[in-house]
Design a protein around this ligand. Sequence first.
Ligand code: FMN
Length: 353
Amino acid sequence: MNALERLKSDYPWIQTPLVVGAPMRLIALADMAVEISKAGGIGFIGAGTDVSDLHTHLDNARKLLHSTTLSTNNDTLPIGIGFINWGANLSLTMPLIQQYKPAAVWFFAPSSLDSLADWTNILRHIRPEMKVWVQVGSVKEARDVVQRVRPDVLVVQGTDAGGHGLAQGAGLISLLPEVCDVLAGLTHPEWYAGPVVVAAGGIAEARGASAAMVLGASGVVLGTRFLACPEAKIARGYQKEVLRASDGGQSTARTKVYDTLRGTTGWAESHNARGILNQSYWDAVKGMSNEENMKLYDEEMGKGDAGWGEGARMTTYAGSAVGLVREVKGAGEIVREVRDGTKKLLEGAKAFL
Ligand SMILES: Cc1cc2nc3c(=O)[nH]c(=O)nc-3n(C[C@H](O)[C@H](O)[C@H](O)COP(=O)(O)O)c2cc1C
């Protein structure tokens, strides 16, 4: 089976080109994941590092999906769950997988390859039909992960991505083809087909999605774009700032400043996060102490939506494609827009031949 056939067989409700919703912690919950899957994409709930209330989100998803007729295999819930592995609790996760039967799990930033192998082996043992997705940010990571755990899907994350990722990275335009070349060397026609590759990072609409497909992806993942949908669990101030910001290479940066201010200290040195620049960032760059900056951040939290903005201090994680996000649109509509637009562009590309 080729990648497309595998996708259609593993996730029978999807339409292609495949559009996936990133598992954004605290933001992509049941509403967003379900709408994305209902539109023929694959939605992921962002469990992140804390799985203590994951059952609530899975319950909600199950209820929202109750009256739908999405085609699935083996009683599967047609959405996935995304974990930030260094902080998530595997023992608490196991019964939830058994109970709710998600179509896929998405792993990101494990503390080690051994720990990634534990998560993969144990959850595959519990539910063999569930697909394992792993997000990586470099050629080395791709090779190591594929050799060690043989994921069903490899999410290749370019440095334009919003939120967390490798501090040092490359954009998809060079990263993706190099990863695909390396993966080709790891496959075997008889016993290992390699993972399906999907692309993440800087893709906000059909043009980026088409480019990613040409570079070797079999589907695309969007995070930042879904910050501007009504299903996102996001403060209005945050969403307004995403709509305001443009020229993402200038208005966002990869930094550890926001993690420091928020007290999210568990991330490895190798990782930081891309967010829209604001006063906290500029003060940190100018040398303000973490203590003072954190105090001001805490004060800003009391301001509600006014706490977000260029001159304000609340964190606005978003990717460098933020300038392409200009309106709030339903998650399902976004999926359909990107999928249909990509189809058109790829068909239109024949005109260049
Ligand atoms: C606000 C936000 C939160 C995110 N949270 C997570 C997360 O919890 N787990 C994860 O694997 N990736 C997370 N990501 C990264 C996405 O998985 C994905 O790589 C990224 O959104 C793709 O780039 P884009 O934002 O340019 O679309 C997050 C991204 C954003 C923008």
